[in-house]
Design a protein around this ligand. Structure first.
Ligand code: ZN
Ligand code: ZN
Length: 216
């Protein structure tokens, strides 16, 4: 059975997710840890639950989601998976990290590329990769069908949606991603977003002021 732990890191209050199951195999999604205290919190959670980290996934490569990539890759010797269209944005982070005060940002590079509808496996778990551009060009979400949990990144938030004013953002594509890939999932699906509290597909369909009315 899938277990999910979420940790909030960095000044952007980014949600880092640890996914694991009874085998101990663990996938880390969007490690935002930066300060030593944060990386120790992440490593401590893994050690105290006897987890074996096997894969590192990024929904997209904005700075707040990738600050801990190098730490996770180095500490656990695991491959980093991102969508190919995010690679230039990952490479760009080193050029602007200091503007946000991250003077010790360590660069990381992908080891493999994610594609739409790909199945990512770890332990006994399967995640379905949903290509959901708009907030960024190569944004993906990870859907765990068995538990009806969606790691949604910065696409859909509790009563809000991802911003589209950053380089490569596109509001039409974002709304299309929400209506065609998120709102076609069962209402009972829990959305675990990149920021803020969890929500559900059904709740956002009814109440979200940005996209509720545009969806048929
Ligand atoms: Zn973002
Ligand atoms: Zn974010």
């Amino acid at each position: 059975m899938l277990k999910v732990a979420s940790l909030v890191f960095n000044p952007f209050q980014e949600n880092t997710y640890l996914l694991y199951d009874e085998t101990g195999a663990c996938a880390i999604v969007d490690p935002g840890c930066y300060e030593r205290e944060e990386t120790e919190t992440l490593a401590g959670h893994i050690a105290s639950n006897n987890l074996n980290v096997v894969i590192l996934l990024n929904t997209h490569c904005h700075i707040d989601h990738v600050l801990g990539n190098a730490f996770v890759k180095n500490r656990f010797r695991v491959p980093l998976y991102v969508h190919r269209l995010e690679e230039p944005y990952l490479r760009a982070v080193a050029s602007y990290a200091s503007n946000y005060g991250f003077f010790h940002y360590e660069d990381s590079s992908p080891d493999a590329f994610l594609t739409d509808n790909q199945i990512v496996e770890f332990g006994n778990q399967k995640l379905n990769v949903l290509f959901t551009p708009g907030h960024s060009p190569g944004h993906v979400a990870f859907y765990h069908e068995e538990s009806r949990k969606l790691l949604g990144g910065d696409v859909l938030f509790y009563n809000s949606i991802g911003r589209t004013d950053l380089p490569g953002g596109n509001s039409e594509k974002l709304l299309e991603s929400i209506s065609k890939r998120f709102f076609t999932l069962p209402d009972s699906v829990t959305v675990l977003p990149g920021h803020g509290p969890e929500t559900s597909i059904g709740y956002e369909k009814k109440t979200n002021p940005y996209c509720g009315l545009t969806v048929k």
